[in-house]
Design a binder for this molecule. Sequence first.
Ligand code: NAP
Length: 414
Amino acid sequence: MGYRVSRVPEDGEKITFANGKINVPDNPIVCFIEGDGIGRDIMTASKRIWDAAVAKAYGGTRRIAWMEIYAGEKAANLYDGDYLPEETFDALREFKVGIKGPLTTPVGGGFRSLNVSLRQTLDLYACVRPVKWYRGVPSPLKQPEMVDVVIFREAVEDVYAGIEYEAGTPENEKLARLLREEFGAEFFEGSGLGVKPISAFGTKRLMRQAVQYAIDRGRKSVAVVHKGNIQKFTEGAFRKWCYELAAEAFGDQTITEDELWDRYDGKQPEGKVVIKDRIADIMFQHMLLRPAEFDVLVAPNLNGDYLSDAIAAEVGGVGIAPGANIGDEVALFEATHGTAPKYTDKDVVNPGSLMFSGVMMLEYMGWWDAVQIIEAAYEKTLAQKVVTYDFARQMDGAKQVKTSEFATALINNM
Ligand code: NAP
């Protein structure tokens, strides 16, 4: 396919899929979106780290062929004001794997979030957030090493589906009339109205990814987080469909928590993942007081959003929390924080969130040796107390460095 602005690297090959399995060549083309605000600083630093780890791990036999694609302000400059050019979607569809820095979303009407648009248009239905503690990272918990979970948050349904009607508009009044007159619903005059669709299809494909991940990575349990006690036909149905999927698709590799106690006296049998569920509000308490009891979490969109940031805050906060949006073939890895505009081009922020999103990407590609090199070098750098400002203000005796200097220190520790 021809691209008007982006350039396809000549020395790279496409990542492909066959029967649902990824096939990564030694010189894969990987797309990157630099991002707005602090995006340039953290993308430059992180690419240096990923490239150095891959070179170190494979002695030059493997190398990522980077292809820059555009979204946000940089795209608007290159594509006559278009913040999310069609060519960007085409490249992600063609090359399958990408990584992005943060993008600005102006508050207020008339401008849909670029991040939400990317997820919806490419049907990247699973927002995956691993949250674990690395030795040396400042944490408010007494035992942060207990936190090691991976959250699978549904990303295209629920209140994020964008079905909302502003108070006072004809659409809102029509819907309000229907709800009152046909269904006997009661609510205040002049209410804004939103619809929260949650489907069996959307729920089950998310749960399939989560259970498969738990099996592939030897995780012990998958906990479905929901508010089904109140919203029975959306959140409650989400819970029900998750259990159904686990039984239908992974019946011989999973057991429910009830079965664990009724049939196995609470002792988890070898090779079985336990499927359990928790109500969303108590889950926040569990993740503070008993985080070791949880492993893979599955949640609808809004609860998953809150939960991801809250758990990330336990082990270093948004500055280092990584994330990915994963569909059936296309995967887009991303920093989970925003553009932090006051720090633009100051070379001061923590590149950790984007860097660890790239670590997730290397895992997804099966390049585990490079993953281990980065993780080990990261812990070594933190042990030397070499950190960016956000960690320095929480640590005694820290040596505060710039974003680029942190990358250099980490590479020197590989
Ligand atoms: P933000 O950009 O995440 O920044 C909030 C604060 O978080 C910063 O002021 C900074 O705290 C801290 N922070 C963020 N990234 C950091 C890093 N790499 N290292 C260290 N500290 C970091 O959130 P915001 O100010 O609410 O949003 C700004 C813009 O980003 C908005 O346009 C929003 O729509 C957009 N946004 C984009 C995404 C995305 O692209 N995925 C996500 C969220 C928000 P201190 O001030 O304490 O230093």
